[in-house]
Write a protein that binds this ligand. Sequence first.
Ligand code: KE4
Length: 430
Amino acid sequence: MHDKTKSQQAHERALRLMPGGVNSPVRAFAAVGGGPLFIKSARGAHITDLDGNAYIDYVGSWGPLVLGHADEDVVAAIAAAAARGTSYGAPTEAESELAEMIRECVPSIEKVRMVNSGTEATMSAIRLARGYTGRGIVIKFEGCYHGHVDALLVRAGSGLATFGTPSSAGVPESVTRDTLALPYNDAQKFADAMKKYGERVACVIVEPVAGNMGLIPPKEGFLEALRESCTRHGALLIFDEVITGFRLGLGGAQNLFGVTPDLTTLGKIIGGGLPVGAYGGRAEVMASISPEGPVYQAGTLSGNPVAVAAGTATLRKLMREGFYAELESRAAALAEGLESAAHAAGAETRHTRVGSMLCTFFRGGEVRDFADARKCDTAAYARFFRSMLEQGFYFAPSQFETAFVSAAHTDEDIARTVAAAQEAFATSET
Ligand code: KE4
């Protein structure tokens, strides 16, 4: 067993200072048991905890680190920018350079506004949709997570008729009464809702590839159905590409699936591990954003030169010829290895992969939506997670997340991970 004394001591100290001893809930390891690892450092595909235990990392800070940790070019760009001042609260050319790169890679983003997190991006995009259309209803899909935006912290009402009820304390019913949560991948239920409410719908927000209930790809025709109906009813289609943007290719999921949203939200990778979020889309829609238009949105550190430098340095490396092909082949090797390891051990699992995002669901049946995902044997996932951790492999501490492969993962890392999974599936009664 790894010695975790220092992490345990650090957690005891942190518990006296911060709720759960963490600054984001999933980090607390509540879903997998045992206390969280406190990290000392990371480089490439490797992360090291306070006790000196090293792991091959498939969390990658939940998606941003597609290059791996402490990429030397990204670190150098951060240092150089910081030496010129960390924030001016005034525009810089660096923001225009990053905006141009985003627009070049994601042509549907004719204009973009930078913010500091994915949550700010989705919160602002919804306000913009409501302001631009003059409508109130927002449609989202159960199991999709778009950050901790009040209006999106909703539990699906029973059936189609009832609107969302708050899924968090502190969110008043008044804030969620215009939010409708529907089953992901259910084009018929979506069509029924649009038939009933379409003319009152400001926007439909969706993860084009769902990464927050485990990894669930869109079913054939689902995204197209959202696009066609939004166009027909004058609602805006928002692709939340905070995870998939620059993860599934330079053009993200909208390019991969050939469906063009009206607005896109970005985060994670465009900050290269520093806090950058963004929302953008059709210029005529973005013209509603202050100071040009009546929809207010602001941020002290939005587009700050240090975070923008990290994002720009990252995107520049992603544009290298063959980057995604190499990433894809590594991820495919890992996914195939995990699936064959599970099969050999007779484990009841389902495996999904899109690009360098992958997931092992601990259940036998197909996983098409959140209702399916919730049937997973989360105790079996926890046993797998702990076995892999003990062997030196750090997966997400929850069944309802996605594993990420980075450019820093080597063929040897993948092979070692698969060998460890054979052990984990064989011994942890998964
Ligand atoms: P942030 O506010 O955490 O930067 O982004 C919110 C967000 C928006 N949209 C999507 C599709 C997201 O996945 C996220 C945040 N992702 C989670 C992990 N699945 C962040 C991890 C955490 O909450 O600590």
